[in-house]
Design a binder for this molecule. Structure first.
Ligand SMILES: C[S@@+](CC[C@H](N)C(=O)[O-])C[C@H]1O[C@@H](n2cnc3c(N)ncnc32)[C@H](O)[C@@H]1O
Length: 277
């Protein structure tokens, strides 16, 4: 373990064993100055998997002494919380030559952004409103991205959809979802999958997508919805919107708990699909 002192810059403790090349006895060495731009002053930044301590939107570091003339690759990860229910993460691998000065801009998504949303279930009476808004038909295949305990997916097949797929990345939710499906006696028509809903490859199978995930997640999944869903498919979202893709309809309902709820529905059309191109 060998840390290094930054020269008038923030200190980054990085072991030389991070890179196989760095383990060789260097004949001449050079440090690389890193400027990392992050989305928020309090974003958490990891370099080569190690947490860093400084704050601000521009963070400066120096690498340890590296072998002059050699190429290195460092992994950067930033995560931040745009609200109290969403964690966004971006990653980047950057190659540089020892002695370079490099800037790594993590303020823009280059296709690596991930979103994790906290579990808050949709109340059952609001689930019923979402199902009614979707106007399910017997050939519909529904996908619930971030399914929690799968109450919407179960309600979808009970309302007549042919099949429902619920996806969640939290193992605890997956267990709950499987239990809900079993208790409802619909294991033959509801599939529960563990995984990141932003990595779903077969969304083209869906004719209805249910969401209760946050504006940030919706913005990330929107290009996939436009690309993969067939014209005529519907997207139904509890509360959260889709940026400048305006819903066909928004309804406001008062729940049995007395709270106000907003539900939105969009229909994918040929024109909508072209918006993604
Ligand atoms: C707000 S809850 C909604 C649950 C359910 N759809 C409902 O309306 O009752 C969000 C759910 O999405 C899951 N989740 C969050 N981020 C996810 C992601 N990137 N991929 C898959 N599931 C995710 C959480 O574990 C949680 O169960």
């Amino acid at each position: 373990m060998r840390g290094i002192a930054g020269v008038g810059l923030c200190v980054l403790s990085v072991t030389l064993s991070l890179s196989p090349l760095a383990a060789q006895a260097p004949t001449a060495t050079a440090q690389t100055k890193l400027v990392i731009k992050v989305p928020e002053p309090d974003s958490e930044l990891y370099i080569e998997g190690r947490p860093t301590k400084t704050t601000g939107v521009n963070r400066e570091f120096e690498t340890p002494n590296l072998e002059a003339g050699k190429t290195y690759e460092y992994d950067f990860k930033v995560s931040w919380r745009p609200n109290n229910y969403t964690v966004l993460t971006r990653t980047r691998s950057v190659q540089f030559q020892a002695g370079d000065s490099i800037t790594v801009d993590l303020t823009k998504d280059v296709g690596t952004e991930k979103a994790i949303i906290r579990y808050v279930p949709t109340p059952n009476d609001i689930v019923d409103k979402m199902i009614a808004l979707a106007k399910l038909k017997k050939d519909d295949v529904t996908f619930e991205l971030g399914c929690g305990d799968a109450r919407i997916s179960v309600a979808a097949v009970k309302a007549g959809a042919k099949k429902a797929v619920g996806i969640d990345l939290d193992p605890e939710r997956i267990e709950e979802a499987k239990a809900t499906v079993k208790a409802a006696g619909v294991t033959d028509r509801v599939e529960i999958r563990k995984g990141d809903a932003l990595d779903v490859k077969d969304l083209s199978e869906a004719s209805v997508v249910f969401l209760y995930m946050g504006n940030e997640f919706n913005a990330l999944v929107r290009p996939t919805l436009w690309k993969q869903l067939q014209p005529g498919s519907r997207v139904v979202s509890h509360r959260f919107t889709m940026g400048d893709w305006k819903p066909d309809q928004t309804i406001k309902v008062t729940g049995e708990d007395g709270d106000q709820y907003e539900l939105h529905i969009w229909t994918v059309t040929d024109a909508v699909k072209k918006m993604g191109k």
